[in-house]
Design a protein around this ligand. Structure first.
Ligand code: FAD
Length: 117
């Protein structure tokens, strides 16, 4: 089947949105179990992402830059950096990771009052 660049880009945009929104809600002070879960998530993601070339490049990135899981900030910073590595390879503008702040809001409100807000 032919490659369809429009669909491939759409999948990329929606996936990045999900990934950045997910790490923006990662605990500020994760337990070792939560840290392991995030690390495992990205390793499985790298094996299952449906664009095979993208997944292979992402696995190479994981090997060189392992997921940072010690805090929400480090996880968000790591993902922003990783996305920028992909941007560079695709000749896209680099995102200023110091401006990530509240850019990714899940819209879920305070669904766990008093916990990790
Ligand atoms: P996207 O890169 O999709 O970004 C969407 C929006 O996120 C941007 O408009 C911007 O507002 C914001 N953003 C940009 N950079 C950052 C950042 N560093 N941190 C936080 N937010 C940011 N496509 C290929 O053709 N070849 C590949 O090998 C490839 N590998 C990929 C690997 C992964 C893991 C993923 C998820 C996608 C991959 N893609 C690949 C798709 C590609 O990265 C883009 O998603 C797609 O080309 C659409 O690009 P876009 O210009 O809409 O912006």
């Amino acid at each position: 089947k032919l490659e369809n660049a429009t669909l491939k880009a759409e999948l990329g945009r929606t996936t990045w949105k999900f990934l950045h929104t997910m790490v923006a809600r990662f605990p500020e002070k994760p337990t070792s179990d939560e840290r392991k879960t995030l690390d495992t998530f990205f390793r499985l993601f790298g094996r299952l992402y449906p664009c095979g070339d993208c997944a292979r490049h992402f696995r190479d990135l994981l090997a060189e830059y392992p997921p940072q899981t010690s805090s929400r900030n480090s996880a968000a910073g790591w993902l922003c950096f990783t996305h920028n590595m992909v941007n560079e390879r695709l000749k896209k503008p680099v995102f200023d990771c110091t401006k990530i702040g509240d850019f990714y809001d899940c819209g879920c409100g305070d669904d766990k009052k008093g916990k990790d807000k």
